[in-house]
Write a protein that binds this ligand. Structure first.
Ligand code: ADP
Ligand code: MG
Length: 192
């Protein structure tokens, strides 16, 4: 079971993945978490390039599109382990939401594993900007408004749940558990 968390910066992906992992493990499931970009050589290169002042220019963006697809390919075996619940912080859906040239990005990610479930943590863009570090070129309201709109369109192609990420951490966590429970054989009504 490959469950993907998507959403703009500050939406609560890291926070909620940790909480869901604890919950699933307490219910006897084997869980593995992955984060994109990964800690592979390619992932490290991506993190360095993201910090460049020209990271938002067209050719650097295309370079990042290629590298993200390559980094992702390196974890395909891990994502395909059917005995575990894989919780992933981002996926190729992020590439589609953040980057232009969607048709090309789709081709690059043709062999990327398709998620069994996408949880879109949908956060108000203004809240994202106020929660974020401000270090990143992408953390501005206009850009993130576009990313959020892209997400809402793209996820229609996948088995998905939209989670209202504006609520408190515990409420968001409970909504996520209710969304995930039926997919992993747990009782939805047992979750408070
Ligand atoms: P992401 O991984 O999506 O960027 P994080 O989980 O790192 O988001 O959360 C970003 C910041 O917002 C952290 O400081 C976190 O404690 C805080 N945060 C996360 N979820 C909530 C929430 N529901 N309400 C208020 N603050 C939150
Ligand atoms: Mg995070």
């Amino acid at each position: 079971m490959y469950i993907v968390f998507e959403g703009i910066d500050g939406a609560g992906k890291s926070t909620q993945i940790n909480l869901l992992k604890e919950f699933l493990e307490a219910n006897g499931l084997e869980v593995e978490c992955v984060v994109e970009p990964t800690d592979s050589e390619v992932g490290k290169l991506i993190r360095r390039i993201l910090q460049r002042p020209d990271s938002t220019t067209d050719h650097v963006q295309k370079t990042l599109g290629l590298l993200f697809a390559a980094d992702r390919m390196l974890i395909m075996d891990k994502l395909s382990d059917d005995k575990k619940v894989i919780l992933s912080d981002r996926s190729f859906i992020s590439s589609l939401a953040y980057q232009e040239h969607a048709d090309w990005i789709k081709v690059l990610n043709k062999y990327a594993k398709k998620p069994d479930l996408v949880l879109l943590l949908d956060l108000d863009v203004k809240k994202s900007v106020s929660r974020s570090s401000g270090e990143d070129e992408f953390e501005n309201e206009e850009f993130l408004t576009n990313v959020r709109a892209n997400y809402l369109e793209i996820i229609k192609d996948f088995n998905h749940e939209i989670i209202d990420a504006n609520k408190g951490i515990n409420k968001v966590s409970s909504d996520i558990k209710k969304a995930v429970a039926p997919h992993v054989g747990l009782c939805k009504d047992c979750i408070l």
